[in-house]
Design a protein around this ligand. Structure first.
Ligand SMILES: Cc1cc2nc3c(=O)[nH]c(=O)nc-3n(C[C@H](O)[C@H](O)[C@H](O)COP(=O)(O)OP(=O)(O)OC[C@H]3O[C@@H](n4cnc5c(N)ncnc54)[C@H](O)[C@@H]3O)c2cc1C
Length: 384
Protein backbone atom coordinates (compact mmCIF):
# COMPACT_ATOMS: atom_id res chain seq x y z
CA UNK A 1 0.00 0.00 0.00
CA UNK A 2 1.38 3.43 -0.82
CA UNK A 3 1.54 6.33 1.63
CA UNK A 4 -1.53 8.06 0.18
CA UNK A 5 -3.68 4.91 0.47
CA UNK A 6 -2.60 4.52 4.08
CA UNK A 7 -3.33 8.17 4.86
CA UNK A 8 -6.87 7.71 3.56
CA UNK A 9 -7.39 4.61 5.70
CA UNK A 10 -6.05 6.37 8.78
CA UNK A 11 -8.26 9.40 8.18
CA UNK A 12 -11.30 7.15 7.75
CA UNK A 13 -10.47 5.29 10.97
CA UNK A 14 -10.05 8.56 12.85
CA UNK A 15 -13.40 9.80 11.56
CA UNK A 16 -15.16 6.52 12.43
CA UNK A 17 -13.69 6.49 15.94
CA UNK A 18 -14.38 10.12 16.79
CA UNK A 19 -17.72 10.62 15.05
CA UNK A 20 -19.36 7.22 15.35
CA UNK A 21 -17.77 5.17 18.14
CA UNK A 22 -17.19 7.84 20.80
CA UNK A 23 -20.93 8.72 20.88
CA UNK A 24 -21.73 4.99 21.31
CA UNK A 25 -19.36 4.44 24.25
CA UNK A 26 -21.99 4.60 27.00
CA UNK A 27 -24.32 2.32 25.11
CA UNK A 28 -21.51 -0.21 24.59
CA UNK A 29 -20.69 0.02 28.30
CA UNK A 30 -24.32 -0.49 29.39
CA UNK A 31 -25.25 -3.19 26.88
CA UNK A 32 -21.86 -4.93 27.08
CA UNK A 33 -21.80 -5.43 23.32
CA UNK A 34 -20.76 -3.78 20.08
CA UNK A 35 -23.90 -2.81 18.11
CA UNK A 36 -24.45 -4.85 14.92
CA UNK A 37 -24.40 -1.69 12.81
CA UNK A 38 -20.93 -0.79 14.07
CA UNK A 39 -19.69 -4.34 13.47
CA UNK A 40 -20.91 -4.02 9.88
CA UNK A 41 -19.09 -0.68 9.46
CA UNK A 42 -15.88 -2.20 10.85
CA UNK A 43 -16.16 -5.04 8.32
CA UNK A 44 -16.91 -2.69 5.46
CA UNK A 45 -13.78 -0.65 6.20
CA UNK A 46 -11.65 -3.77 6.13
CA UNK A 47 -10.63 -3.47 9.77
CA UNK A 48 -11.14 -7.16 10.56
CA UNK A 49 -8.10 -7.82 8.39
CA UNK A 50 -6.12 -4.59 8.39
CA UNK A 51 -2.93 -6.41 9.50
CA UNK A 52 -3.51 -9.61 7.49
CA UNK A 53 -1.81 -10.09 4.09
CA UNK A 54 -3.38 -8.35 1.10
CA UNK A 55 -3.39 -11.55 -0.99
CA UNK A 56 -5.89 -13.04 1.49
CA UNK A 57 -8.18 -10.03 1.65
CA UNK A 58 -6.40 -8.01 4.32
CA UNK A 59 -4.91 -4.53 4.11
CA UNK A 60 -1.41 -5.77 4.94
CA UNK A 61 -0.20 -2.83 7.03
CA UNK A 62 3.38 -2.66 8.32
CA UNK A 63 4.07 -2.47 12.05
CA UNK A 64 4.71 1.28 11.73
CA UNK A 65 1.29 1.66 10.11
CA UNK A 66 -0.28 -0.69 12.64
CA UNK A 67 0.78 1.50 15.58
CA UNK A 68 -0.54 4.63 13.86
CA UNK A 69 -3.94 2.98 13.49
CA UNK A 70 -3.78 1.59 17.02
CA UNK A 71 -3.25 5.09 18.42
CA UNK A 72 -6.53 6.02 16.68
CA UNK A 73 -8.33 2.88 17.94
CA UNK A 74 -7.11 3.62 21.47
CA UNK A 75 -8.97 6.93 21.55
CA UNK A 76 -12.27 5.19 22.27
CA UNK A 77 -13.57 2.22 24.25
CA UNK A 78 -11.16 -0.75 24.01
CA UNK A 79 -14.15 -2.97 23.16
CA UNK A 80 -14.14 -1.46 19.66
CA UNK A 81 -10.60 -2.64 18.87
CA UNK A 82 -11.04 -5.90 20.75
CA UNK A 83 -13.74 -7.08 18.34
CA UNK A 84 -11.30 -7.20 15.42
CA UNK A 85 -8.08 -7.33 17.47
CA UNK A 86 -7.71 -11.11 17.67
CA UNK A 87 -8.31 -11.58 13.91
CA UNK A 88 -5.50 -9.16 13.08
CA UNK A 89 -3.29 -9.98 16.00
CA UNK A 90 -2.58 -12.98 18.13
CA UNK A 91 -4.91 -15.42 16.34
CA UNK A 92 -4.79 -14.33 12.68
CA UNK A 93 -1.03 -13.72 12.73
CA UNK A 94 -0.29 -17.34 13.69
CA UNK A 95 -2.15 -18.55 10.60
CA UNK A 96 -0.75 -15.79 8.36
CA UNK A 97 2.85 -16.32 9.41
CA UNK A 98 3.05 -20.02 10.09
CA UNK A 99 0.05 -21.65 8.38
CA UNK A 100 0.35 -23.59 5.12
CA UNK A 101 -1.30 -22.45 1.90
CA UNK A 102 -4.42 -24.56 2.50
CA UNK A 103 -4.93 -23.12 5.99
CA UNK A 104 -4.34 -19.57 4.80
CA UNK A 105 -6.82 -19.94 1.93
CA UNK A 106 -9.37 -21.60 4.18
CA UNK A 107 -9.34 -19.08 7.03
CA UNK A 108 -7.68 -15.75 6.20
CA UNK A 109 -10.23 -14.39 3.70
CA UNK A 110 -13.06 -15.06 6.19
CA UNK A 111 -11.09 -13.48 9.05
CA UNK A 112 -10.24 -10.44 6.89
CA UNK A 113 -13.88 -9.96 5.91
CA UNK A 114 -15.11 -10.31 9.49
CA UNK A 115 -17.17 -13.34 8.52
CA UNK A 116 -15.06 -15.39 10.92
CA UNK A 117 -13.77 -14.48 14.37
CA UNK A 118 -10.54 -16.10 15.50
CA UNK A 119 -9.39 -16.41 19.12
CA UNK A 120 -5.99 -17.20 20.58
CA UNK A 121 -6.15 -19.93 23.23
CA UNK A 122 -2.89 -20.12 25.15
CA UNK A 123 -3.51 -19.22 28.82
CA UNK A 124 -4.50 -21.92 31.33
CA UNK A 125 -5.19 -22.03 35.05
CA UNK A 126 -1.56 -22.56 36.02
CA UNK A 127 0.03 -21.36 32.82
CA UNK A 128 -0.39 -17.60 32.37
CA UNK A 129 2.87 -15.71 32.78
CA UNK A 130 4.63 -18.99 32.06
CA UNK A 131 2.57 -20.52 29.25
CA UNK A 132 5.27 -23.12 28.67
CA UNK A 133 3.75 -24.91 31.70
CA UNK A 134 0.53 -25.54 29.79
CA UNK A 135 -1.18 -28.91 30.27
CA UNK A 136 -3.66 -29.08 27.40
CA UNK A 137 -2.62 -32.15 25.43
CA UNK A 138 -2.87 -33.22 21.80
CA UNK A 139 -2.42 -36.93 21.23
CA UNK A 140 -1.94 -38.49 17.83
CA UNK A 141 -4.66 -40.96 16.84
CA UNK A 142 -3.94 -42.34 13.38
CA UNK A 143 -4.35 -39.45 10.97
CA UNK A 144 -5.90 -37.12 13.51
CA UNK A 145 -5.15 -35.44 16.82
CA UNK A 146 -7.21 -35.61 20.00
CA UNK A 147 -7.13 -32.47 22.14
CA UNK A 148 -7.98 -32.38 25.85
CA UNK A 149 -7.71 -29.51 28.31
CA UNK A 150 -9.04 -26.07 29.11
CA UNK A 151 -8.05 -22.46 28.54
CA UNK A 152 -9.13 -19.34 30.39
CA UNK A 153 -9.61 -15.60 29.80
CA UNK A 154 -9.81 -16.15 26.04
CA UNK A 155 -10.70 -12.90 24.25
CA UNK A 156 -13.63 -13.20 21.83
CA UNK A 157 -14.21 -16.86 22.78
CA UNK A 158 -18.01 -16.38 23.00
CA UNK A 159 -17.96 -15.05 19.41
CA UNK A 160 -15.26 -17.25 17.98
CA UNK A 161 -15.58 -19.43 14.91
CA UNK A 162 -12.09 -20.80 15.35
CA UNK A 163 -9.43 -21.07 18.00
CA UNK A 164 -5.69 -21.14 17.57
CA UNK A 165 -4.96 -23.62 20.36
CA UNK A 166 -1.63 -24.39 21.95
CA UNK A 167 -1.28 -27.95 23.25
CA UNK A 168 1.48 -30.27 24.36
CA UNK A 169 2.09 -32.92 21.71
CA UNK A 170 5.09 -34.45 23.42
CA UNK A 171 4.44 -35.22 27.11
CA UNK A 172 8.07 -36.28 27.54
CA UNK A 173 9.32 -32.76 26.92
CA UNK A 174 8.97 -30.04 29.52
CA UNK A 175 8.70 -26.27 29.05
CA UNK A 176 8.31 -24.68 25.64
CA UNK A 177 9.51 -27.70 23.70
CA UNK A 178 6.87 -30.24 22.76
CA UNK A 179 4.11 -27.63 22.37
CA UNK A 180 2.29 -27.42 19.02
CA UNK A 181 -0.38 -25.12 17.66
CA UNK A 182 -3.64 -26.13 16.01
CA UNK A 183 -6.55 -24.42 14.38
CA UNK A 184 -9.75 -25.78 15.90
CA UNK A 185 -13.17 -24.82 14.59
CA UNK A 186 -15.67 -24.03 17.35
CA UNK A 187 -18.26 -26.39 15.88
CA UNK A 188 -15.96 -29.39 16.36
CA UNK A 189 -17.62 -31.84 18.80
CA UNK A 190 -16.11 -31.56 22.29
CA UNK A 191 -15.40 -27.79 22.12
CA UNK A 192 -17.41 -25.78 24.65
CA UNK A 193 -17.20 -22.15 25.66
CA UNK A 194 -18.07 -21.10 29.22
CA UNK A 195 -20.17 -18.09 30.20
CA UNK A 196 -18.76 -14.60 29.57
CA UNK A 197 -16.40 -13.47 32.34
CA UNK A 198 -17.53 -10.55 34.51
CA UNK A 199 -14.67 -8.08 34.33
CA UNK A 200 -13.54 -4.84 36.04
CA UNK A 201 -13.64 -2.92 32.78
CA UNK A 202 -13.54 -3.15 29.00
CA UNK A 203 -17.27 -3.82 28.88
CA UNK A 204 -18.29 -4.97 25.41
CA UNK A 205 -15.07 -6.98 25.02
CA UNK A 206 -15.75 -10.58 25.93
CA UNK A 207 -13.60 -13.30 27.43
CA UNK A 208 -14.49 -16.83 28.55
CA UNK A 209 -13.11 -20.23 29.42
CA UNK A 210 -12.82 -22.78 26.62
CA UNK A 211 -12.95 -26.53 27.15
CA UNK A 212 -11.60 -29.22 24.84
CA UNK A 213 -13.02 -32.63 25.60
CA UNK A 214 -11.70 -35.40 23.34
CA UNK A 215 -11.76 -33.00 20.42
CA UNK A 216 -10.76 -34.85 17.23
CA UNK A 217 -9.11 -32.66 14.61
CA UNK A 218 -7.54 -33.80 11.32
CA UNK A 219 -3.77 -33.78 10.73
CA UNK A 220 -4.26 -30.63 8.61
CA UNK A 221 -5.23 -28.72 11.75
CA UNK A 222 -1.60 -28.66 12.91
CA UNK A 223 -0.07 -25.25 12.18
CA UNK A 224 3.55 -25.45 11.05
CA UNK A 225 5.93 -27.96 12.50
CA UNK A 226 5.06 -30.25 15.39
CA UNK A 227 6.69 -29.13 18.64
CA UNK A 228 7.32 -25.57 17.48
CA UNK A 229 4.12 -23.95 18.70
CA UNK A 230 5.61 -22.13 21.67
CA UNK A 231 8.00 -20.12 19.51
CA UNK A 232 5.02 -19.07 17.37
CA UNK A 233 3.13 -17.88 20.43
CA UNK A 234 6.10 -15.78 21.55
CA UNK A 235 6.48 -14.24 18.08
CA UNK A 236 2.87 -13.08 17.81
CA UNK A 237 2.75 -11.95 21.43
CA UNK A 238 5.73 -9.70 20.85
CA UNK A 239 3.99 -8.01 17.92
CA UNK A 240 0.83 -7.74 20.03
CA UNK A 241 2.74 -5.98 22.81
CA UNK A 242 3.77 -3.15 20.55
CA UNK A 243 0.20 -2.85 19.30
CA UNK A 244 -1.04 -2.60 22.90
CA UNK A 245 1.56 0.06 23.68
CA UNK A 246 0.08 2.13 20.84
CA UNK A 247 -3.46 1.61 22.16
CA UNK A 248 -2.25 3.01 25.50
CA UNK A 249 -0.97 6.13 23.73
CA UNK A 250 -4.40 6.64 22.15
CA UNK A 251 -6.18 6.23 25.47
CA UNK A 252 -3.81 8.65 27.22
CA UNK A 253 -4.51 11.24 24.51
CA UNK A 254 -8.24 10.80 25.05
CA UNK A 255 -8.15 11.22 28.83
CA UNK A 256 -5.84 14.21 28.44
CA UNK A 257 -8.30 15.83 26.00
CA UNK A 258 -11.17 15.12 28.42
CA UNK A 259 -9.15 16.60 31.30
CA UNK A 260 -8.09 19.76 29.46
CA UNK A 261 -11.67 20.43 28.35
CA UNK A 262 -12.96 19.87 31.87
CA UNK A 263 -10.27 21.99 33.57
CA UNK A 264 -10.93 24.86 31.17
CA UNK A 265 -14.68 24.85 31.90
CA UNK A 266 -15.39 23.58 35.44
CA UNK A 267 -15.33 26.28 38.11
CA UNK A 268 -14.45 26.57 41.79
CA UNK A 269 -14.77 29.91 43.57
CA UNK A 270 -15.92 31.50 40.32
CA UNK A 271 -12.80 30.62 38.30
CA UNK A 272 -12.01 27.63 36.09
CA UNK A 273 -10.07 24.91 37.96
CA UNK A 274 -7.51 25.13 35.14
CA UNK A 275 -6.34 28.35 36.77
CA UNK A 276 -4.87 26.30 39.63
CA UNK A 277 -1.25 25.50 38.88
CA UNK A 278 -1.50 22.12 40.61
CA UNK A 279 -4.22 21.20 38.11
CA UNK A 280 -2.03 22.45 35.26
CA UNK A 281 0.76 20.24 36.63
CA UNK A 282 -1.40 17.14 36.23
CA UNK A 283 -2.14 18.03 32.61
CA UNK A 284 1.52 18.80 31.94
CA UNK A 285 2.76 15.52 33.39
CA UNK A 286 0.38 13.51 31.23
CA UNK A 287 1.23 15.56 28.16
CA UNK A 288 4.99 15.09 28.60
CA UNK A 289 4.68 11.35 29.25
CA UNK A 290 2.32 10.99 26.32
CA UNK A 291 4.81 12.62 23.95
CA UNK A 292 7.55 10.30 25.20
CA UNK A 293 5.31 7.24 24.79
CA UNK A 294 4.20 8.21 21.30
CA UNK A 295 7.80 8.74 20.13
CA UNK A 296 8.83 5.45 21.69
CA UNK A 297 6.08 3.48 19.97
CA UNK A 298 6.88 4.99 16.57
CA UNK A 299 10.61 4.37 16.97
CA UNK A 300 10.17 0.80 18.22
CA UNK A 301 7.78 0.04 15.33
CA UNK A 302 10.36 1.24 12.77
CA UNK A 303 12.98 -1.01 14.35
CA UNK A 304 10.46 -3.87 14.33
CA UNK A 305 9.82 -3.40 10.60
CA UNK A 306 13.54 -3.30 9.82
CA UNK A 307 14.06 -6.50 11.84
CA UNK A 308 16.51 -4.77 14.16
CA UNK A 309 14.52 -5.52 17.33
CA UNK A 310 11.37 -7.64 17.52
CA UNK A 311 11.43 -8.45 21.23
CA UNK A 312 13.10 -6.11 23.73
CA UNK A 313 11.71 -2.99 22.03
CA UNK A 314 8.08 -4.22 22.00
CA UNK A 315 8.35 -5.38 25.64
CA UNK A 316 9.88 -2.04 26.67
CA UNK A 317 7.15 -0.12 24.85
CA UNK A 318 4.39 -2.20 26.43
CA UNK A 319 5.92 -1.80 29.88
CA UNK A 320 6.35 1.96 29.61
CA UNK A 321 3.09 2.77 27.82
CA UNK A 322 0.82 0.57 29.94
CA UNK A 323 2.28 2.06 33.13
CA UNK A 324 2.07 5.55 31.57
CA UNK A 325 -1.64 5.20 30.74
CA UNK A 326 -2.33 4.01 34.28
CA UNK A 327 -0.87 7.25 35.61
CA UNK A 328 -2.66 9.28 32.93
CA UNK A 329 -6.10 7.81 33.70
CA UNK A 330 -5.51 8.21 37.42
CA UNK A 331 -4.64 11.91 36.99
CA UNK A 332 -7.66 12.35 34.72
CA UNK A 333 -9.96 11.12 37.49
CA UNK A 334 -8.20 13.49 39.90
CA UNK A 335 -8.69 16.49 37.58
CA UNK A 336 -12.42 15.69 37.41
CA UNK A 337 -12.75 15.64 41.22
CA UNK A 338 -15.85 13.82 42.52
CA UNK A 339 -17.26 13.68 39.01
CA UNK A 340 -14.30 11.50 38.04
CA UNK A 341 -15.58 8.81 40.40
CA UNK A 342 -19.05 8.65 38.90
CA UNK A 343 -20.12 6.14 36.31
CA UNK A 344 -21.02 7.81 32.97
CA UNK A 345 -17.95 10.05 33.22
CA UNK A 346 -15.64 8.82 30.44
CA UNK A 347 -12.45 9.07 32.51
CA UNK A 348 -13.94 6.81 35.20
CA UNK A 349 -14.51 4.17 32.53
CA UNK A 350 -11.04 4.58 31.02
CA UNK A 351 -9.50 4.31 34.50
CA UNK A 352 -10.98 0.80 34.82
CA UNK A 353 -10.34 -0.11 31.18
CA UNK A 354 -6.66 0.84 31.40
CA UNK A 355 -5.99 -1.60 34.21
CA UNK A 356 -5.96 -4.56 31.84
CA UNK A 357 -3.06 -3.23 29.80
CA UNK A 358 -0.61 -3.96 32.63
CA UNK A 359 -1.85 -7.54 32.84
CA UNK A 360 -2.50 -9.23 29.51
CA UNK A 361 -0.10 -10.25 26.77
CA UNK A 362 2.48 -10.38 29.56
CA UNK A 363 2.29 -8.51 32.87
CA UNK A 364 4.62 -5.58 33.59
CA UNK A 365 6.74 -7.93 35.69
CA UNK A 366 7.04 -10.37 32.78
CA UNK A 367 8.10 -7.54 30.43
CA UNK A 368 10.83 -6.60 32.91
CA UNK A 369 12.04 -10.20 33.06
CA UNK A 370 12.15 -10.35 29.23
CA UNK A 371 14.03 -7.04 28.93
CA UNK A 372 16.49 -7.67 31.77
CA UNK A 373 17.19 -11.24 30.69
CA UNK A 374 17.83 -10.23 27.07
CA UNK A 375 20.23 -7.43 28.08
CA UNK A 376 22.22 -9.80 30.26
CA UNK A 377 22.30 -12.58 27.67
CA UNK A 378 23.55 -10.07 25.11
CA UNK A 379 26.34 -9.22 27.56
CA UNK A 380 27.31 -12.89 27.65
CA UNK A 381 25.84 -13.89 31.01
CA UNK A 382 25.39 -17.68 30.98
CA UNK A 383 21.80 -19.02 31.27
CA UNK A 384 21.10 -20.17 34.84
C1 LIG B 1 -9.36 -9.57 29.86
C2 LIG B 1 -8.28 -10.57 29.55
C3 LIG B 1 -8.13 -11.00 28.24
C4 LIG B 1 -7.18 -11.99 27.94
N1 LIG B 1 -7.11 -12.51 26.67
C5 LIG B 1 -6.35 -13.61 26.43
C6 LIG B 1 -6.41 -14.30 25.17
O1 LIG B 1 -7.12 -13.90 24.24
N2 LIG B 1 -5.68 -15.43 25.00
C7 LIG B 1 -4.87 -15.92 25.98
O2 LIG B 1 -4.25 -16.97 25.77
N3 LIG B 1 -4.76 -15.29 27.20
C8 LIG B 1 -5.49 -14.16 27.45
N4 LIG B 1 -5.42 -13.52 28.68
C9 LIG B 1 -4.54 -14.05 29.68
C10 LIG B 1 -3.41 -13.10 30.10
O3 LIG B 1 -2.44 -13.01 29.10
C11 LIG B 1 -2.87 -13.59 31.46
O4 LIG B 1 -3.87 -13.34 32.42
C12 LIG B 1 -1.57 -12.90 31.86
O5 LIG B 1 -0.52 -13.30 31.02
C13 LIG B 1 -1.17 -13.20 33.31
O6 LIG B 1 -1.25 -14.57 33.60
P1 LIG B 1 -2.05 -15.07 34.89
O7 LIG B 1 -3.40 -14.42 34.86
O8 LIG B 1 -2.02 -16.54 34.93
O9 LIG B 1 -1.30 -14.44 36.13
P2 LIG B 1 0.00 -15.05 36.88
O10 LIG B 1 1.00 -15.52 35.86
O11 LIG B 1 -0.44 -16.04 37.90
O12 LIG B 1 0.58 -13.75 37.59
C14 LIG B 1 0.26 -13.35 38.91
C15 LIG B 1 1.34 -12.39 39.40
O13 LIG B 1 2.62 -13.06 39.45
C16 LIG B 1 3.57 -12.32 38.70
N5 LIG B 1 4.53 -13.23 38.07
C17 LIG B 1 4.27 -14.40 37.43
N6 LIG B 1 5.40 -14.91 36.94
C18 LIG B 1 6.41 -14.07 37.27
C19 LIG B 1 7.81 -14.06 37.05
N7 LIG B 1 8.44 -15.03 36.38
N8 LIG B 1 8.53 -13.03 37.55
C20 LIG B 1 7.91 -12.03 38.23
N9 LIG B 1 6.58 -11.98 38.47
C21 LIG B 1 5.84 -13.00 38.00
C22 LIG B 1 2.74 -11.59 37.64
O14 LIG B 1 3.44 -10.49 37.11
C23 LIG B 1 1.52 -11.19 38.45
O15 LIG B 1 1.80 -10.04 39.19
C24 LIG B 1 -6.34 -12.50 28.97
C25 LIG B 1 -6.47 -12.03 30.28
C26 LIG B 1 -7.44 -11.08 30.58
C27 LIG B 1 -7.58 -10.64 32.01
Amino acid sequence: MDAEDFRQIKDAVRQLVREEVVPLEERIEDEDRIPDQLRAQIAEMGLFGYALPEEYGGLGVTMSEDVELAIEFGYTTPAFRSLFGTNNGISGQVIARFGDETQKKKYLPGLSAGELIGSFALTEAEAGSDPSALRTSARRDGDSWVINGSKRYITNAPLADLFVVFARTNPEEKGGRGISSFVVETTTPGVTVGPKDKKMGQSGAWTAEVFFDDVHVPAEALIGEEGRGYAKALTVLSRGRLHIAALCVGMAQRVLDESVAYAAAAKQGGAPIGRFQLVQAMLAETHAELLAARSMVIDVAARYDSGEDTSVGPSSAKLFCSEMVARATDRAVQVHGGLGYLRTTPVERFYRDARLYRLYEGTSEVQKVIIGGALLRAAGMPRG
